[in-house]
Design a protein around this ligand. Sequence first.
Ligand code: FPP
Length: 248
Amino acid sequence: VTTSRDSGELDPKRLPGHVAIVMDGNGRWAAKQGLSRLKGHDAGAKSVRAAIEACRELGGIRTLTLYAFSTENWRRSKAEVSGLFRLLAKYIRTEMDNLHAEDIRVRFIGRRAGLPENVTALMDDSEKRTNANRAMQVNFAINYGARAEIADAVRSIAEDLRSSKIRPDAIDEAMIAARLYDPVSADLDLLIRTGGHHRLSNFMLWQASYAEIVVTPTLWPDFRKRHLHQAFLDFQERDRNFGGRPRA
Ligand code: FPP
């Protein structure tokens, strides 16, 4: 039998509206070829470009969120951390024209405090420049932690309570969602993790409540359009019931 999966046909009407990727495996990819970890991250930046292009080209993907630097990543060596920020700055400088030309709105989610100033300046500038773009939104999660994000949302609500702007009974899920770093995008439909580990790593805990999860052994620097399409095909085979009864 030929299933839609065998023929590799994606249904353009059932694409995940919000896709997030945990881009793991740069270090292992580099080690396999006897390269430094930074060379692995360098190669990973090319996969970032490929993933954005593939989503943009499909249409139907409203938001793509990429986990680039976690609040836990500070524990890595000084050289790796500063190398990652250098790479990020270079990426923003070289790719922003292209993203803007593609009508892509760029956002950075995570805590700005503690980041190098040249990087936050580039981040602010790209957000301003691409703010009115509408074809797709790309979120780069940098100095991002899901627990920190929820704590920041709770603190902002507490401040409004203290100044009597809101009452406790006004606090609901929608209010919390509206105070997350990206209040605009919908919940995650699909979470992809490369590099084979089955864990969330403090990523999008709130937004991933009903996300489908696809883990691929492919290391991030090897991840290309065909891998993304495969993840979307897997997604389209799932029967999402959001805690309700399976559809007939
Ligand atoms: C995890 O791989 C990856 C990171 C901590 C950094 C992600 C960065 C990039 C993909 C490149 C730059 C990003 C942008 C947005 C240009 P790992 O080092 O933990 O891999 P390992 O598990 O094999 O050690």
